[in-house]
Design a protein around this ligand. Sequence first.
Ligand code: HSE
Length: 317
Amino acid sequence: MAKHKILIIGFGTVGQGFYELFHEKQVSIGLEDTVVSEVIDAKFGFIKNFGPDIITQLKGGKTFEKADVFKTIRNSEADIVCEFTWVNIKDGEPAFSHIEEALSAGKHVITTNKGPIALRYERLHELAAESKLKLRFKGTVMSGTPSFNILELLPGIHVQKVRGIFNGTSNFILTEMAHGKSFDEVLRLAQSMGYAEADPTLDVDGFDAALKAVIFSKVIGWTKHDLNSMDIKGIRDISSSDASAGVKLLASMDSESASVKPVHLSPDDLFSNINGVMNAAEITTDTLGKIFVAGPGAGRKETAQAVLSDLVEVINN
Ligand code: HSE
């Protein structure tokens, strides 16, 4: 009998990437007795009792009967729900309701979906806390690269300011534009590599980075920031010569204000060396001064690593 069961909602790039990485690493992380028991996806339907070749079957065109997501969550034997549906920056739906339903049904939740966490974090955090359940969302900021979660290692630390390159797609586009490629050409490449959102305007117009700035801020306790109050500008108007001269899309937050905008960086700024799909965060603190973390900010396996980190935390702590 499996000790822990996982229901995956949304079986696209992130869901399949997590499924593959989980099976690759399951033994080395000591989760032999955890299983992915159910998957529900708008395109593929509801899948239960499947074999390890399920992704190959789906690639071959196999589909399953559709089912109601909310009934599936309520009736599921899983104790952990992974929510990987599309990002909606207007109201966070349908992911918000999926997460709310899962927490109400007594299940821990792991999500990589920025919409519900950035827009309605307080409600979900309260619901999880009331029910003594875990709500983990590491993959929402900088994929599997440590970001806000390093604060868990630093008890008592006081964060004064954060700067970050939080959108892999924009940073990739700017880097390639600096090497002479066109905006459209590189955006298509970013899409084919699985970096861009389903709606890539979220990436290039700065909203994705802004969602991440809001989430990082909420974890710190700077609750006043939201997409409406932030100054948000993307990279659409940036020329190749701006990109060559060191312009990067930078998020900046403190307790009072938050913004995302293209900034011209001096060559001695560490952020000027963050290229391609790399992301980075500079966290200014009272005890350590500046902490700088950098690594991949998007990608199938990279985001799957974030879910794996959250899964180990949910199960072992
Ligand atoms: N579209 C996002 C990015 C994916 O490019 O950073 C990771 O959140």
